[in-house]
Write a new protein. Structure first.
Length: 322
């Protein structure tokens, strides 16, 4: 690593394409990473020297595979996932190209279940467990609906969107609110208790590709990328963007707020498959790198570590200069 480098890159070798990656958002199991491929999901345990003094640099171990039977399009960890409970609990919702959602559960000792959720009539773009108990799951997709599923696998609520839903996010501190980002550039916030729309925001450009609700900043910031630019909203100030900028010369595809740092965000865009990490306060860009193939991105819960899907590998970036 030369003196100007602000990150360290690790890789997890694969024999296939990693279309989808997702770090576990459980405080006790943040080292878990799910990797979704053409037909299965692999669960890894990652260890960094910053968290474990017994680790020299970076180590990983593959714990198990879930056979999905089709290409993985989106994933979400249940908050009750734990490597330290007895028995251990691994629980993950996986959306597939067959328009179905499967909830995989295992204790890593051979005892596992698969729950099938059916109801979407088109491609499912995003799924997310409620952050409180994991008893509800929200999903959205190209069928223009946001659906709320109960613990029994049955649909509890459905919000019509009028446009393909690209992302659904649950508010961490207000679990009865969900945000849905629409391809037409509109971001809507719904109340589950009132079963109605509370507010909406307009990016002013289309198509909207992905959005994310910041875990920091009291949940007031929403970031989104369209094919043209990155847009940020402060939900306490205005329904209009408080900031917009061009991050990638030829447009964006993915966007995620960091979980451990209020000001860090990551994007994937063009030309090529360019990955960027930028600091919204200092305006610094500690990571800019192009990969031959790069798909979805996900942040570690506790460390400034970003995972990105790739061809025959998963890219892991430790941001060292924030």
């Amino acid at each position: 690593m030369n003196e100007s480098t602000k990150f360290v890159e690790y890789t997890i070798p694969r024999e296939d394409i990693s279309y989808c990656v997702e770090f576990c958002n459980s405080e006790t199991s943040s080292q878990l990473l799910a990797v979704g491929t053409e037909s299965k999901v692999s669960i890894y345990q990652l260890k960094f020297k910053e968290e474990d003094e017994d680790v020299e640099d970076f180590e990983f171990q593959q714990l198990t595979d879930f056979q999905n039977g089709c290409r993985v399009t989106a994933m979400s960890w249940s908050p009750d996932t734990s490597l330290f409970s007895l028995p251990k609990v691994i629980r993950l919702a996986v959306a597939g190209s067959d328009r179905r959602i499967r909830i995989f559960s295992t204790d890593l000792k051979g005892d596992g279940t698969v729950q099938l959720l059916e109801g979407h009539t088109d491609f499912v773009n995003s799924v997310t467990f409620d952050p409180d108990s994991g008893t509800q799951l929200a999903s959205t997709g190209d069928d223009r609906w946001c659906r709320i599923w109960g613990q029994d696998g049955n649909q509890q609520l459905a919000f019509p969107l009028g446009s393909p839903g690209m992302t659904v996010c649950w508010h961490r501190d207000e679990p009865m609110k969900v945000m849905v980002a629409l391809k037409t550039g509109t971001i809507k916030i719904f109340s589950l208790t009132g079963q109605q729309q509370l507010m909406s925001f307009e990016t002013g450009s289309v198509p909207l590709m992905e959005a994310d609700w910041s875990l920091g900043n009291k949940g007031l910031l929403i970031g989104a990328v369209t094919i043209q630019e990155w847009v940020m909203f402060d939900v306490s100030v205005s329904s209009q963007p408080v900031e917009r900028r061009q991050i990638h010369v030829e447009g964006c595809r993915h966007f995620r707020w960091a979980r451990c740092h209020d000001s860090l965000a990551a994007t994937v865009g063009r030309p090529g498959r360019q990955i960027k990490v930028f600091n919204t306060k200092t305006q610094q860009t500690p990571l800019t790198i192009s990969q031959p193939i790069a798909y979805t991105i996900s942040w570690h819960q506790k460390l400034p570590v970003l995972a990105a899907g790739g061809d025959q590998k998963v890219h892991i970036y430790m941001i060292e200069s924030i």
